[in-house]
Design a protein. Sequence first.
Length: 368
Amino acid sequence: MLAKKGREMRYINNIKTVVCAGLLAIAIVLPANATRVLTWTDGSPNRGTRAEAAQWFADELEKRTNGELKIEFHWGGALLKPKAAVKGIGAGAADMGLVLGVYNPKLHQAYILGDMPTPYSDPWVSTRAIYDLVRQNEDLQAEFANLNLQYITNVTSTEIQLICKDTPVKTLDDVHGLKVRGIGVYGKIFSDLGAANVAMPVYEAYQAIDTGLVNCTQIYGYAIPAFKLQEIAQEITKLDWGALLGLAYVMNKDTYDSLTPEQQQIIDDLGVESIDYYVKKMLLDNDILINNPTSEIDGTKVNIYELSDADKARLLDATRKYHEEWRKATNEAGVDAAALQAQFLDFLKKYEEERKAKGYPWNRGSGK
């Protein structure tokens, strides 16, 4: 294990040497106020809520730096496949982009705490909480730094839902015997419930459903049209279950360090502001897509079912043993799991109380 980690670090360090030399050359050659293009890798499609939020970030970055920084997007894993993004960005194959802790749990042992279902399902509350946790927790900071990554901000999947082809799921018992694409803890719990869990990235879900490899996929509302899943599956079950919070926008640390302090501050500011922009857009899209009992998604009629409160409670109860497994593995990695969970819970409570008292930031002062 140590030998493998040593080889990985030597690989990253060798590429870092080349990248640092290149960054120094750029700093010497580029005239003042010249545009510097930053490459952004993302496994997501170039449409939908997440893509629109990323484009907002890019537009604001270019505007606030007076054109000094510009982002060049590489969507759909064209530059780096989702599982390769962590090491690829850290090594300088891309300047920045999206990484998912659930695809590399051994590299993000502490960070995947955010992928564990909790009773706090509000996306603004949970995203602000995980952002503050990463920014303020030394163990999480070290986890990203060891990968040569600068954490910028967080995104979220929102609650996990289910979409199936031809097979309505109206109760948890209905998943028994179905082939379901899942990932991480969510897939494991469905396996415990009697489904055949097929672990694969969400980016492969369309083909898997279309070819019959799976009957259903765990998904999140705004992602259904982004991946065009309504074209091949029209049975949607509202699980309203947890969320994937281990989704970070990161930058190569050497790239970040090569920026001016003013440019770094603009990126840090946008990291906070993008959470509100992203969640506001996502909530609106989810309301249109799956919180409407007569939903049509891009002209395709879909049927929507909702689990009973008892079934939703069963899902949360089924999570307990996986929290225990995470705590054990995290402690073995040298991180105080109980302290990390307690700090996360404190942030969740803080933002839940703020939301209840003041509403969402974008509605404050509007009378809504």
